[in-house]
Design a protein around this ligand. Sequence first.
Ligand SMILES: [Zn+2]
Length: 82
Amino acid sequence: MSRRPFNEQPTIPVKPCPFCGGTVGFVERMTICSYRYRCDCGADGPQVEHGRYEDHEGTPGNDAARAWNRRAKLPKRREVKP
Ligand SMILES: [Zn+2]
């Protein structure tokens, strides 16, 4: 029996935030089996589904990070007024 490790936090490189340029963030669990990457500034990435809760294996952190990285490519910038 070999179960893959379960990583809720990403083990792959995460791109800088398109809003604040920061690189500090974490993966947040949204519901029992969906996750999203969230920057320290409050910007959050797309929500990703991660199978069933009973499938407690895999790397939802990396799935969320990949979704975030795809979005981080967008040239869109939101200016925040003081
Ligand atoms: Zn940010």
